[in-house]
Design a protein around this ligand. Structure first.
Ligand code: PMP
Length: 290
C-alpha cells in the first residue's frame, strides 16, 4: 500500500513529498515536531500533544501555518488514507525555505509535513519482556523543554544504546538522570513510590508522563517528582519509561546491571495497564476518531 503524507496543503505519496534544500528544517534544524499515538484507529491524548506543540512553536516564534482544527482534520485524514489502526501520526513545522541566513527570514512560509507510521503499541513484545537501558552523558542544550527537530544529541544517545544492545539511553547531567533519548524516565522505590524528575528546561514535558501521573493519583499510587541520580536508579525496585509511541515499557537492566528482580515489576506492569485502559477509552471517543 502506498503511504500517504501531507505536505503544505496537499496529500501525496510519501515518496513524492519533497521540500526545498534551503528549508530551514534541513539547513538549521529550525523547527518543531510532535508525535501522537493512534490506537484502534483513534488518536490518543492528542489535545495534550497539540497544546505542547503550540507552546514549543510559541517559544521559537514560529506560526502554525494551519488552524489547530485543520491540523486535527489532517491527522484524521492521514489515519483514513493510510488505513492506520495502530501507530503514530508524526508532524513537523519548520520555518520554511529561505536564503541561508541565521536570523528569521522575513517572507518565508512555514513548512508543515505530516505522515503516519504503523507500529505495534498495545501488544508490543517489549512491554512484556521489559527493555535494557544504557546511561550516556546528556549532551543537549539548555531548552530541552522545546520539542525541537534538532535531535543530534538524542540520535547519538540512541545509537550508543543500540550498539550496547539496549533499547533506550538514559541521559545523565551532573550525576542526575534527566530523561530517555525519546522517553520520560521513572523509578519505583521499594515501598511502591514512583519517582520522576520534575518538569523544567532540562527535560521535555512528556504528555504520557503527564497523563500517567494523573492516573497514578487516581489509583492512589504515590508519586514523588524529584531529581534522582544514576546510583539511586541502580538500587531501585523497578524502573520504566514512557512515551507516546511506547506508552510504558518496564526497564529490566541499566548499564548491564539488573533493576530489581531483572524482570518487569508489579508497579510498572499495573501502570501500563492503567495507561492502556485510558488510551483505549480516549481513542474510542468520537471526537478523536476520523
Ligand atoms: N523526552 C524526550 C526527550 C522525548 O523525545 C519524548 C518523546 N517525544 C519524551 C520525553 C516523551 O514524551 P511523550 O510522552 O509526550 O511522547
Amino acid at each position: 500500500m502506498t503511504r500517504i503524507a501531507y505536505l503544505d496543503g496537499a496529500f501525496l505519496p510519501l515518496a513524492d513529498a519533497r521540500v526545498s534544500a534551503l528549508d530551514r528544517g534541513f539547513v538549521f534544524g529550525d523547527g518543531i515536531y510532535e508525535v501522537s499515538a493512534v490506537l484502534d484507529g483513534g488518536l490518543v491524548d492528542n489535545a495534550s500533544h497539540l497544546d505542547r506543540l503550540m507552546r514549543s512553536l510559541g517559544e521559537i516564534s514560529l506560526a502554525l501555518p494551519v488552524t489547530r482544527e485543520r491540523l486535527i482534520e489532517i491527522q484524521k485524514e492521514l489515519i483514513v488514507r493510510n488505513d492506520l489502526a495502530e501507530g503514530v501520526v508524526y508532524l513537523q513545522v519548520t520555518r520554511g525555505a529561505a536564503e541561508r541566513e541565521f536570523g528569521f527570514p522575513k517572507d518565508a512560509t512555514p513548512t508543515l509535513f505530516m505522515c503516519t507510521q504503523a507500529k505495534n503499541i498495545a501488544a508490543s513484545p517489549s512491554a512484556a519482556t521489559g527493555v535494557k537501558v544504557k546511561s550516556v552523558p546528556d549532551l543537549r542544550w539548555q531548552r530541552c523543554d522545546i520539542k525541537s527537530i534538532s535531535l543530534l544529541a538524542q540520535v547519538l544517545a540512541k545509537q550508543a544504546a543500540s550498539e550496547a544492545g539496549c533499547f533506550e539511553a538514559w541521559m545523565v547531567r551532573d550525576g542526575l538522570v534527566t530523561e530517555g533519548s525519546s522517553s520520560s524516565a521513572f523509578l519505583v522505590l521499594a515501598d511502591g513510590t514512583v519517582v520522576t524528575r520534575p518538569n523544567s528546561n532540562a527535560v521535555l514535558p512528556g504528555c504520557t508522563r503527564k497523563a500517567l501521573l494523573a492516573l497514578a493519583a487516581e489509583g492512589a499510587i504515590r508519586v514523588e517528582e524529584r531529581l534522582f541520580t544514576l546510583d539511586e536508579a541502580f538500587t531501585a525496585a523497578e524502573a520504566f519509561m514512557t512515551s507516546a509511541s511506547t506508552f510504558l515499557y518496564p526497564i529490566v537492566e541499566l548499564d548491564g546491571r539488573p533493576i530489581g528482580t531483572g524482570r518487569p515489576g508489579p508497579v510498572a506492569t499495573r501502570l501500563r495497564e492503567i495507561y492502556l485502559d485510558f488510551a483505549r477509552r480516549d481513542a474510542a471517543d468520537p471526537a478523536n476518531r476520523p
